[in-house]
Design a binder for this molecule. Structure first.
Ligand SMILES: [Zn+2]
Length: 235
């Protein structure tokens, strides 16, 4: 991500948020960030309109939440992003949202199962055992401890977090997670969901976890967003 300019990073964050909003993964809440040098990140402002996002809605803050550049304050849960960046040097992008299907599982106390290939990539998926907002250092530390060395986590009766080396990674993983959770819910409604075995998951990881396939997933949703925008423009 170092080679990408900050303007490009902002554009990518905007695109990511808008794609998540169109899919219903974020609504009036939810935030995505990207590491931007030492002790700095780019993140959407707390008050922004997620469906109409522009680069002006992305602010630059330090890991204490101080505004370095931008029109409005970061979300109250910026602590979640800051704590992950401080603890995990391997992570350069973070998404936090309250997606319905994934969150319903933890609300019901049901374990996330790897029920389809893409959704198995983040399994096992740790769960933060608290519904409290990550709006302070103590809760952020608990979330980081739950996440451990994993790429994603659920937060009980609250939401989900995904991470990555890039915004594309974090976007793709939350998309897979939510899709898997919906499939699991539906399978559970009519029977016992089939959970992939360790060997099957290892094969999925080998075949499906690579930059070109992740980019293809991003491009799929990106093209869809363009098509929807074009339709809206025609009226
Ligand atoms: Zn939240």
């Amino acid at each position: 991500m170092a080679e990408m300019s900050e303007t490009e990073q902002k554009r990518q964050l905007v695109r990511c948020m808008r794609m998540l909003e169109r899919q219903g993964i974020i609504d009036y809440n939810g935030h995505a960030s990207a590491r931007a040098g030492a002790n700095r990140m780019l993140i959407n402002t707390g008050s922004c309109q997620r469906s109409q996002l522009s680069v002006d809605d992305i602010c630059t803050i330090d890991f204490d939440g101080n505004l370095i550049q931008g029109n409005a304050k970061p979300p109250l849960e910026f602590h979640l992003h800051a704590a992950i960046y401080k603890a995990r040097q391997d992570i350069d992008a973070v998404i936090h949202a309250h997606p319905n299907w994934s969150t319903i599982l933890t609300t019901a106390g049901v374990e996330y199962l790897p029920v389809y290939a893409q959704g198995s990539l983040i399994y096992p998926l740790p769960v933060l055992d608290s519904p409290d907002s990550i709006n302070n250092l103590a809760m952020a530390a608990r979330l980081v401890a739950s996440l451990g060395d994993r790429p994603a986590a659920l937060m009980k009766a609250h939401g989900a977090v995904t991470t990555g080396k890039s915004i594309v990674d974090a976007f793709v993983l939350i998309t897979y997670m939510e899709d898997n959770a919906q499939r699991q819910y539906m399978a559970q409604a009519i029977g016992k969901p089939y959970a992939f075995t360790d060997d099957e998951r290892a094969l999925c990881r080998e075949k499906l976890w690579n930059d070109s396939l992740f980019q293809r997933t991003w491009d799929h949703f990106s093209a869809k967003l363009d098509a929807m925008d074009a339709k809206a423009a025609i009226g």
